[in-house]
Design a protein around this ligand. Sequence first.
Ligand SMILES: [Zn+2]
Length: 439
Amino acid sequence: MRCSSTIRAVLCLWFCLTLRASAQPNVTPYTRMTAQLKADAARCPLLRVASLGQSAKGRRDLWLVRLADPRADPAQTIRVLVLCRQHGDEPASTESVLGLIRRIAEGGDPALRASLAHVTLYLIPMVNPDGAEADTRNNGVGADLNRDWGIFHQPETRAVARAAHLLRPSLVLDAHNWDGDDEYNADCLEVPREAATGRGKASHAFQQQAVRDLAACGYPVHPTAWGADTDPRLAHRWFARRNILSALVETHSGSPADTPDFQRRQGLYAALIHGLVRRYAASYATEKPQLDALEGDTMGDVHDAALFPPSPQAATRPFLSLPHGRSCAWLWAIGAYALALWWAQRTHPAASGFPSRPCLQGLGSRYNGKGRSKHGKGFGAVPASHQEARAFRSLVLCPLLLREGKPLAAGWVPKTGYYSLARKRDGTDTTVRSRHGRR
Ligand SMILES: [Zn+2]
């Protein structure tokens, strides 16, 4: 009785887990995202990946992806920072950005690539990986990251803010999506409500242009604004207080399992990013000085190299990875060879050319007990002192032995020129060749 109730509980748990997993078929898990980002960056020189730090509970890396022309100086470009998924249960922006990165890695998006001479994109696909894994709004310790800006109690927000100080973005987009029970449930783009001068004027102009661009792409979006009495702990408001153009973009609710709706929201984020990158690239000459003047010196100089060192492969390489590239192919070959030797020694001690441990006993004489060993007559084992001869024999013969798949053994003593190659057949060893005819 007790056993059956346990089985029922296990089955119920399994059913719930599978149901939850199947409820989000379009959502990329953290581990797959990490592997995908590294693979994409490894094959595309426009992409670089860096870790900003780790999440509060799961110790998951917070990945920042830079999409840039490697020949361009990031400080001389218009820099756009996109924050995705501060709330773990809002996955659409993550999927949209991952799709964009994948298309670039595959050589697509020629218009976007052409814009990179003047615009650098910094993408954080998952600001809250713990929340994303648990499918919760808050992070791993229950904190709402988008109510932590300025307070900075959480490592995730601290890491992103630290990166922002190094990158000094010209524009920040913070991507979210509404839940079904939110009062305001529509696609919208929010900027500060300010007087039409300075930053207020620039924010309003950016918002109006973005809304027009999105409408032209088939995404009608409401322009919304926040005033002085609203909660200042949100990311886009924190950036605005540092004179950086920033906007909150929301898409209306829909289940991630609802493919058309999920794709619609991804399309909106992608259209927004594409539109503003192309527009900034086209109007770079006029926009760049205005954006620089707008921000002033509130964020300091651009230190992109602190996150993305000049070496093209340094940032994407994990700490303990083996070297890669054509120039290091010989290292891989030696490693593979050593592995083959080790395997051969373990599985076929005679075949590998290394005498087995009993065979090494009593090797004070030139040969192993007058040409005999436990492996049979004619086994030409090598004196233990002739390490180099043993190594040479193994290196030369091992590929042959492995290829033929037959247990062989050989002995070589340079001083006397003795050489033998014994092939084991039906449990006995046969000397194939011996200069002195010794058996
Ligand atoms: Zn949100």
